[in-house]
Design a protein around this ligand. Structure first.
Ligand SMILES: [Zn+2]
Length: 246
């Protein structure tokens, strides 16, 4: 399995950067996880857009979905030109209902609601959602293929069994929006880098990538705070492909 980081910023992109978007591949399977601002042009550098196997949206906030509404045009054109016939499978939380209702578009997508713990098979990838704690319903995901295990936090604040949900991941892609100082000042709905790192340690993951980086933060502080708890922590790098193996 491989993970390519297409965008690592939230809730808006840094100059020249992109919001959340990750390409997860295994064999011939091409799964796009989240599709925020700037992700589509990055994705197009890796594959023809109609070559996707499926799309998972962790939750329905615009920094994870805005380019999804442009992807539909690319797929519509591909259908019109005969480059793709079948609709693209999409999985997303069913709430907020108004946002979920906007995801369908003509015949280009088949949109399915995500249910807690209910596994989804996307080509050669098995994907299992787990509920996060955010301002709208949000899921993290565990992806497995050929024994390798990739965990993604989605957007969440800390909750008691969070480490258990990502137990033993070979690679843990975790949001790290805040510094410890901001957390102590009452910041909510997201994780601090130190919390991500403590969860990684408790879960016994092999490798930790910090993502959902907020542009005005000093990312060196986030990295330092994470490395104090999990020395091997890294900042996710846009454009980089990470190998995930057991
Ligand atoms: Zn976000």
């Amino acid at each position: 399995m491989e993970l390519t980081v297409l965008g690592r910023y939230g809730p808006y992109p840094a100059a020249g950067g992109a919001c959340s978007g990750y390409l997860v591949t295994a064999g011939t399977t091409r799964l796009l996880v989240d599709c925020g601002a700037g992700v589509l042009s990055r994705l197009a550098a890796h594959l023809p857009l109609e070559g996707l196997t499926g799309v998972i949206l962790s939750h329905l906030h615009s920094d994870h979905t805005s380019d999804y509404f442009v992807l539909r045009y690319a797929l519509e054109v591909a259908q019109f030109q005969g480059r793709r016939r079948e609709p693209l499978p999409v999985w997303a939380p069913p709430e907020p209902a108004e946002e979920f209702g906007r995801l369908g578009y003509r015949n280009v997508f088949t949109v399915r609601p995500v249910l807690e713990g209910q596994a989804v098979q996307v080509g050669e990838l098995t994907a299992v959602p787990f509920a996060g704690r955010h301002s709208v319903p949000a899921f993290g995901w565990l992806f497995t293929a050929g024994g390798a295990k990739l965990a993604y936090s989605g957007d969440t604040e800390l909750y008691p069994d969070f480490p258990a949900r990502v137990q033993g991941a070979d690679l843990f892609l975790c949001e790290a929006t805040y510094t410890e100082t901001q957390l102590s000042q009452g910041a909510r709905n997201h994780l601090a880098a130190g919390q991500a790192a403590r969860a990684a340690r408790a879960a016994g993951v092999k490798r930790l990538l910090l993502t959902h980086l907020s542009p005005p933060q000093d990312h060196r502080v986030l990295l330092q705070e994470a490395q104090a708890e999990f020395p091997a922590a890294e900042l996710a790098a846009e454009g980089k492909t990470y190998s995930v193996s057991a």
